[in-house]
Design a protein around this ligand. Structure first.
Ligand code: NAD
Length: 494
């Protein structure tokens, strides 16, 4: 049985807690590895190592830091197929989806390569007579990332690329369900030239997370996962004086107005609902269909579903893989089974595969859902698309704004004025206009509203830079310098 251990000081370190978790191959249902689960003592030792590495890393000049991230970008590019195969093996997503995840993660590494420009401060000459004022941003120290199972490569890249380039050292606690991608990435960072102790991976469960949240030497925590844990991480971390950004769950609505291109809307709904088996925080999980076109739209979605090829990532034809675990698969199937008793209509029942040894489901489609039904109120996080019928724009907008989550949303229409009004009115952090999965590019920032994000700063992009640094303003006055010297060499940075 393979053993997945921690990554500390640029090497694999065997766990000593005596506790391990099981890592499954979701396509077969078999246990394929054991992962070490860290103890409090192991956490303390890793955090001490990251703390010791901080002064030298912080002092490493920006050109040198950026050089390492440029090399990391090249290494990720050269190794993307191997990393994708790790994602497929442990998470289950099919190779095309895994490669998409890596590409969107690498964008953040590319963004972070521009750190010298990103950390530029402001400067005011002669704020007072002979007095200049300028602002700088400095790193926080040791920062931690706690990540979910569904993007084992991309979400860590959302965090560490900016955190490291800002001069922090990093402790990553990835999901214990698919821990190998972070080990692979850690080794690429080593190959790129990152010094020992600057990036560390500890595997673990609540014990590890709680130690991150109460350890005095952790300055900030970035979390991505489900809403109850995000709330807990935010409340506990901030109570202990840490800076925390905690991204939670979602229920993403796609509002389709009568003037929309219905074929385009149906293609988008199917792609966004069932891609990655619906295990995406930006997946469309509710279509709000205007009454005038609802029957048509549901028909178009239904006719597309049989064409989706569900299978293991090892099958080149497969477009949708298994879910992460048997428990999760069974929970998702339960929403479909329960829907008729709540008054909803199951148009396509994909739960017939729930008996497979692998954790597969086929896509399901549920019509006539309403608030108050579990299949509407809960985040299902599986290949289940629900349809709610709404009268039109106002009704659809009110439904979205009444929902507890506010991660992503989309409107499908040909009317630019209505689309513009929607972006103005809707209480959601990421909005698509005829775009079903509006994940911002890396030079904007990612984050939802309401129960989809706890904290003030969104993740990655400019807000990520702010999150991983703190500002300082210097007010200075100098005697007039009278000294100078001659040096004909070309001025250098390194
Ligand atoms: P999860 O909340 O179960 O786990 C996330 C992390 O928290 C993991 O590292 C896990 O080990 C840790 N954790 C789990 N239970 C804990 C506990 N009781 N105490 C302390 N730590 C604990 O989430 P998941 O199932 O891995 O991921 C799916 C969820 O993540 C979905 O809700 C999805 O919407 C959300 N998600 C959100 C975003 C976003 O950007 N908003 C992105 C991806 C995933």
């Amino acid at each position: 049985m393979d053993r997945i251990s921690h990554w500390v000081n640029n090497k694999v370190v065997r766990g000593t807690s005596g506790r391990t978790g099981k890592v499954f191959n979701p396509a077969t249902g078999e246990v394929q590895a054991e992962v070490d689960l860290a103890s409090v003592e192991e956490m303390d030792s890793v955090i001490a190592i990251a703390k010791a590495a901080f002064p030298a890393w912080r002092a490493t000049n920006m050109s040198r830091r950026a050089e390492i991230m440029f090399r990391m970008r090249e290494l990720l590019d050269a190794n993307r197929k191997e990393l994708a195969s790790i994602l497929t093996l442990e998470h289950g997503k099919v190779p095309s989806d895994a490669l998409g995840e890596i590409a969107r993660g690498v964008e953040n590494v590319e963004f972070a390569c521009g750190i010298p420009a990103l950390l530029k401060g402001g400067y005011t000459e002669q704020a007072s007579s002979g007095v200049d004022v300028y602002s700088i941003r400095q790193p926080l120290g040791v920062v931690a990332g706690i990540t979910p199972f569904n993007f084992p490569a991309m979400v860590p890249m959302w965090m560490f690329a900016n955190a490291l380039m800002c001069g922090n050292t990093f402790v990553l606690k990835p999901s214990e369900k698919d821990p190998s991608a972070s080990m692979f990435i850690a080794d690429l960072l080593r190959q790129a030239g990152l010094p020992e102790g600057v990036f560390n991976v500890v595997h673990g469960d609540k014990v590890a997370v709680d130690r991150i949240l109460d350890h005095p030497d952790i300055a900030a925590v970035s979390f991505v996962g489900s809403t109850p844990i995000a709330r807990y991480v935010y409340e506990t971390g901030t109570k202990n004086g840490k800076r925390v950004q905690a991204l939670g769950g979602a229920k993403n609505h796609m509002l389709v107005l009568p003037d929309a291109d219905l074929n385009m809307a149906a293609d988008a709904a199917v792609s966004a609902a069932y891609g990655s088996s619906g295990e995406r925080c930006m997946a469309v999980s509710v279509v709000l269909a205007s009454e005038a076109i609802a029957d048509d739209l549901v028909g178009k979605i239904k006719e597309r579903i049989p064409n989706i090829k569900v299978g293991p990532g090892s099958d080149p034809a497969a477009e949708m893989g298994p879910l992460i675990s048997k428990e999760h698969r069974d929970k998702v199937a339960g929403y479909v089974a329960n829907a008729p008793s709540e008054g909803a209509t199951v148009v396509v029942d994909g739960t017939d595969r729930a008996k497979d040894a692998g954790f597969f489901l086929n896509p399901s489609l549920i019509d006539n859902v309403k608030p108050g039904m579990k299949c509407y109120d809960d985040e299902i996080f599986g290949p289940v698309l629900t349809v709610m019928r709404v009268k039109g724009y106002e009704d659809g907008l009110a439904t979205i704004n009444d929902n507890q989550f506010g991660n992503g949303t989309a409107i499908f229409t040909r009317d630019g004025g209505v689309a513009r009004q929607f972006q103005y009115d809707v209480n959601v952090g990421m909005v698509g206009i005829n775009v079903p999965i509006p994940v911002p590019v890396s030079y904007y920032s990612f984050g939802g509203w309401k129960a989809s994000l706890f904290g003030d700063q969104h993740m990655y992009g400019p807000e990520g830079i702010n999150f991983y640094t703190r500002g300082k303003v210097v007010t200075s006055r100098w005697p007039d310098p009278r000294t100078s010297s001659v040096n004909l060499g070309f001025p250098q940075n390194r």
